[in-house]
Design a protein around this ligand. Structure first.
Ligand code: SF4
Length: 445
C-alpha cells in the first residue's frame, strides 16, 4: 500500500457552483482532513461473484413456494456495542460498553463462509461501528466470502478522516460493492450536541457529522468513486420533536445528503428510558405522542417532496433504475411504519428469521434485535461460538424453528418499526410490495 498524492485531480466541490458558500455557512473546512486530498492505494480483491439482487429474490420466492427456510437476504451485523457517545435514544442504551468479547475477524470469516448464497445486503451497526478496528477487514471478508452487493455502515462520524480512510480502502478493495454511510445527526447543532451526550462540552458532534458528509461527497467527486452514498439519519424522539420541521427543511435545502432517514425511536427504548405509556396503552387510549404525530407528518412530506423532485432521494447505483428502486423501498418502509403507528392494516408480514438475520457482537444469531435482546425472554437462535461458527447449524436448528413461529406475532412485535430487520427484507420478497416498489420507482428521478 502506498500513499498517492493526487494534486492533478480537481479540487473538491470546485465543479459545483455555490458549494463554497454553502460549506462556509455550514462551518465546513475540508482542508483539515488529509484524506480528502490524498489516499493510500489498495489492490482490488478479485471476485467473480454474481451480486445481482435478482437471484436472491428468485431463490427467496422459490423457497417460499417450497415452504423451505431460505438463506438470509439481509443481515444486520452488530460489530461492537462499545461507543464513545452516550445517546439516550440508543437501542443499546442500557448495555452500551457492557460487552467487550466481540467476535474476532477470524470468527467472523468462518461465519460468513457458512451464511449461504442469498446474502445481498449487510447493515453494520453498533455501538459505534468504527470502534471495531477490523471494520474494513470485516467488510472485505463479506465481499470475498458472500455474494453481498450493498453494505450500509451506521456511524456517529466522530472522526471524519477515519471514515474517509475506510471509504478509500473499501472502494478500492471491493470494486463491485455499493457502500452507504448512514451518519447519525439529531437536529440543529445545539439539539444534536446536547442529545448525544458526548463526554466533553467542547466536542462538536454536529460539526464532525457534517464535515464527514461533505468530505464523503468531495472524495466521491475527486476520486471518481461509483456506488458510494452518504445518508443522514435522525431518530424522531421526544428530545427533538420541536425542531424537526426546521431540521427537515435544513437537511433538504442546505445539507443535501443523498438520502435522509427519519427513524422512530425504538420500541425498546420508548419502554425503558422515557416513561412513556406503552405502545398498547397509547393505542388503547387513542393517543399519539407528539413525536409519533411528527413522524407521520414529516414522512408524508418526505414522500411528497421525493415524488415532486424537491427532495433528492436517489442512490448512486450503476443503473439508475436500481437506485430508484432502493428509494422506493425506503418510501414503502416509511408508509408501513405510519400504518403501524396508526394501527392500520399492514402491507406485508415480517420475514425476520427467514429473509432477514441478525448477528450480535458476541455471536448471538437471531431474527432481529428485539428477539435477541428481549428482556422478557432471549429469543436468540444460539451462539456461533457454540457451533464452530457454522451459521447454518443455528439457522436450521430447533430454537430457530421455535422462534420463527413467533415472528410477527410475539409481544416484541407490537409496534415494531425496524426498517432493516422487519421492513426491507419483507418488501423485496413479497410480490405485492415488490410490484408496488417498481411502480413507485418509475416516479423517482
Ligand atoms: S415484527 Fe419486529 S420484533 Fe417482531 S420479529 Fe419482526 S423484526 Fe422482530
Amino acid at each position: 500500500m502506498a500513499t498517492v498524492f493526487t494534486d492533478n485531480l480537481p479540487q473538491p466541490n470546485s465543479s459545483s457552483p455555490g458549494t463554497d458558500e454553502r460549506l462556509a455557512r455550514l462551518g465546513v473546512d475540508l482542508s483539515k482532513y488529509p484524506a480528502v486530498y490524498e489516499r493510500q492505494t489498495y489492490e482490488p480483491i478479485v471476485s467473480r461473484t454474481n451480486r445481482e439482487i435478482h437471484w436472491p429474490i428468485l431463490r427467496g420466492f422459490s423457497a417460499q413456494l417450497l415452504k423451505q427456510v431460505p438463506d438470509p437476504v439481509m443481515l444486520t451485523h452488530i460489530v461492537t456495542t462499545r461507543c464513545n457517545y452516550s445517546c439516550g435514544f440508543c437501542s443499546f442504551a442500557d448495555t452500551l460498553n457492557a460487552k467487550t468479547n466481540e467476535l474476532s475477524l477470524e470468527e467472523i470469516e468462518k461465519t460468513y463462509a457458512t451464511i449461504g448464497k442469498n446474502l445481498n445486503v449487510i447493515v453494520y451497526s453498533g455501538g459505534e461501528t468504527t470502534l471495531n478496528r477490523n471494520l474494513p477487514e470485516i467488510i472485505e471478508a463479506a465481499y470475498r466470502l458472500t455474494p453481498v452487493k450493498s453494505v450500509y455502515i451506521i456511524s456517529n462520524a466522530w472522526k471524519p478522516d477515519l471514515l474517509l480512510q475506510i471509504t478509500h480502502r473499501i472502494k478500492q478493495r471491493c470494486p463491485d460493492l455499493h457502500l452507504t454511510w448512514s451518519l447519525s445527526i439529531e437536529g440543529p447543532k445545539p439539539v444534536n450536541n446536547a442529545t448525544r451526550y458526548t463526554k466533553a462540552n467542547t466536542w462538536d458532534a454536529w460539526q464532525n457529522t457534517v464535515d464527514t458528509l461533505e468530505g464523503l461527497k468531495a472524495i466521491r467527486e475527486r476520486f471518481g468513486y461509483r456506488e458510494l452514498d452518504v445518508q443522514l439519519c435522525t431518530v424522531c424522539s421526544p428530545g427533538n420533536v420541536d425542531v424537526l420541521d426546521d431540521w427537515y427543511a435544513m437537511v433538504r435545502d442546505e445539507l443535501q445528503p443523498d438520502k435522509w432517514n427519519l427513524n422512530l425511536m425504538r420500541r425498546s427504548v420508548q419502554m425503558s428510558d422515557h416513561q412513556l405509556a406503552s405502545f398498547d396503552a397509547r393505542r388503547a387510549s387513542r393517543q399519539l405522542e407528539p413525536f409519533e404525530e411528527k413522524y407521520l407528518q414529516i414522512t408524508q412530506q418526505v414522500r411528497n417532496d421525493v415524488l415532486s423532485g424537491r427532495l433528492k432521494f436517489l442512490y448512486h447505483t450503476n443503473n439508475p433504475q436500481d437506485g430508484a428502486l432502493k428509494s422506493a423501498v425506503d418510501l414503502i418502509s416509511q408508509e408501513e411504519n405510519r400504518r403501524t403507528v396508526l394501527e392500520e392494516p399492514l402491507q406485508f408480514c415480517c420475514r425476520a428469521g427467514g429473509f432477514g438475520a441478525y448477528i450480535g457482537s458476541e455471536g448471538e444469531v437471531s431474527g432481529c434485535e428485539e428477539f435477541a435482546h428481549s428482556p422478557e425472554a432471549n429469543k436468540s437462535f444460539g451462539n456461533l461460538r457454540d457451533v464452530g461458527y457454522d451459521f447454518q447449524t443455528l439457522w436450521h436448528g430447533h430454537k430457530a424453528e421455535q422462534y420463527r413461529q413467533q415472528v410477527g406475532s410475539a409481544q416484541e412485535c407490537r409496534g415494531c418499526t425496524l426498517e432493516s430487520q422487519r421492513n426491507y427484507p419483507s418488501i423485496l420478497l413479497s410480490f405485492k410490495t415488490l410490484l408496488k416498489a417498481r411502480q413507485l420507482a418509475r416516479q423517482i428521478h
